[in-house]
Design a protein. Structure first.
Length: 154
């Protein structure tokens, strides 16, 4: 078993998702030969990055832990074989453990991070519907009704 710690700020594909670049990614790797005869690894990660909420654009802590089984392959033909493991492409027989850990973290993160239910979000009022606030009116809202008048003026 091999363990590594990476600064989140050193992971280039993660930078745009972070509210703050601080924090570390703890990764452990257990290497073994797979049934196909190729090298493989069990990868486990854990971290608590400060992500940007896509609702309120505020930072929040998001605990992440995950893991998977990977098989290393240097050619595209290997990806077509039948295996239960994910393939990770290697270059000239070398593997970047940092890139492997970063890939595992990206797979464990949500597509659109949110700091909680709409009621607990930092900017919740703009995301809670009228019905949820108890303000139900029978009239239909037309948000672009003034647009036609503006277009006529030009």
């Amino acid at each position: 078993m091999l363990e590594r710690v990476y600064a989140l700020s050193e992971l280039p594909r993660l930078r745009d998702l972070l509210a703050e670049p601080g924090g570390t990614l703890h990764a452990s790797f257990a290497f073994a030969k797979t049934p196909s005869g190729r090298a493989g690894a069990s990868v486990a990660i854990r971290t608590v990055p400060q992500l940007v909420c896509q609702r309120c654009l505020q930072g929040f802590a998001f605990p992440v832990s995950g893991g998977s089984e990977v098989e290393f392959a240097s050619d595209d033909a290997a990806t077509a074989s039948d295996t239960e493991r994910e393939f990770f492409r290697i270059d000239a027989g070398r593997v970047s453990l940092r890139e492997l850990a970063e890939e595992e973290l990206l797979l464990a993160l949500p597509i659109a991070a949110a700091c909680g239910a709409p009621q607990s979000c930092g900017n919740a009022r703009s995301f809670v519907g009228d019905a949820e606030r108890g303000e139900v009116s029978g009239e239909m809202r037309r948000p672009f009704s003034a647009l036609q008048d503006l277009l006529k003026k030009t």
